[in-house]
Design a binder for this molecule. Sequence first.
Ligand SMILES: Cc1ncc(COP(=O)(O)O)c(C=O)c1O
Length: 595
Amino acid sequence: MQLARYPRLRFAHLPTPLEPLERLSRDVGGPRIYVKRDDCTGLAFGGNKTRKLEFLMADGLAHGADTVITAGGIQSNHVRQTAAAAARLGVDCELVLTRNVPWNGGDYEEAGNVQLDRLFGAKLHFHPGDIDRDAAMDEIAGWVHARGGRPYVIPVGGSNPVGALGYVACALELENQANDLGIEIDYVVHASSSGGTQAGLVSGFRAINSSTRVIGIDVDADTEAVAADVGRLAQAMAEQLDLPGDIADDVVVKGGYAGESYGVPTAGMIDMSSFGKIDLKGPGALPLLQRLACNDMDRPVGAVIYTQFLDQPGGIVGDVTVTRLADDHFRVISGSAYVDSDLGWIRSHLKADDPPVDIRDVTEDFAVIGLCGPRSRDVLSAVTDSDVSDAAMAYMTARAIDINGIDVLAQRVSYTGALGWELYVPADRVVFVWDCLWQAGRESDVKAYGYKAVDALRLEKGYAALTSDITASENPYEARLGFCVNLEAGEFIGRQALRQKKADGIQQRLRTLVIGGEDYLTLYGGEAVVCEGQVISRLRSAGYGYTVRKNIGFAYLPVDMDPEKTKLEVEIFGENVAAEIAPDVLYDSTGEAIK
Ligand SMILES: Cc1ncc(COP(=O)(O)O)c(C=O)c1O
């Protein structure tokens, strides 16, 4: 084989290291496993496409090209490395980037590889995921021709008989390294997608008559299609390199390892054990809660009820969910810092002639695991035989489920706007339950998340937080929590005041403001809201919504303020930044994602 007859540029740091994975080999009890560090190829942080680009770019220059064109998904590594190779050679680069992932997240289209593509001076053309990428590249090639340039089109993944030569060379490199180490390589296992890596390796090993077998692991949705692509390209390589025998026998592609898609949000888990938990038990539980809550508490067993506790003037002093565990047993869940305030409020309103009720702070008895995200149901159903379907456990309901013999109270609630559960676990068993979920979640790449993430997500959903957005100075109608008020649920503290406020109409209302553009602004909450030079309000909660790519702040504004006509500004570190009154809910206003 005469690899040397093909033009080649030197971009990669070769040979890439071949490193033994001793602990992994030991853990799996046998085969000696090595990793070929093709992440260290060096060009613009490296990757497997660098090897292909050594041949592709040389071929392009040999054809007199002054512009390279290629295509890939928005965060494609191949595209990033091509842009870098073009920059290194000083040729122009035009990139077709397609939106192939169900993910429109803020940074997805600007950060990471996209930012690098831009830094390398490439021109980016964004397209929907279903366009014909070859046609889009041909169209650009037409423009380049028309302006007198000389385009060179590199297919997706650099996978053609020229690019695959990079992995023919890699097979030779591996053989040499194995010889140096005195080992024989039985199998090379690698990710396979556009096919050039695998076609290059199988033809390379065949060319030197090596016994090393190659197994491609399909990282795309359609294993048969990947196998067919690899087969076709391997055949073309066999012809190009004049190899003996039927190379189709060497092509092995295994499926079943790919996740749902690039960029599909994974499930997330959070430790929410700091939630306050107060149990009320006995015949006096329902009447006491009815007196305290503005919502109706007399719901079926299993209901989770979101409600506020009000003071006599109708101001909000508590913001809780209440779960009816039995006819005479309720559990009040309050935010992390509010258990003492809620417990005090509940106890102080107990009257001497109330039916008996046992009020107990059970915060320390139960840990809470938050599990949320579009794939959270897959994770939960993998650890329990209990039915967690929507039919069995609708939104805002709770039921006991069994996780490996542990009785867990699963509450289907959401403060992030995604499908999710709060799992109440006996505190001494929580590590075990966490580990079960974590293990089950590995397939969907579960992540641990924190309160900063929760805060960003709930801002996009317009969900209020006690003490910043809702306080004793505001009533539920002003706080857009009117849906929690049931004036017909009998007498409760604050009811008379709310009746009056409803009749008179409110003067101010919590609004969602969008501040500045897409760029992140440092907002802490508390910033002045300015209208026509006058400070008219201040931000309550504020932060960045990463899904919608907006700076979001909540503020109370006069109800008659017209969002269309009002020009607002928010003062951020001494500078006034334009803001507009936006819809209350910026993400998934119909609540589809919660289902
Ligand atoms: C690290 C890595 N290895 C291998 C592949 C697959 O290579 P190919 O597109 O040549 O099949 C990819 C791209 O999907 C990749 O990112």
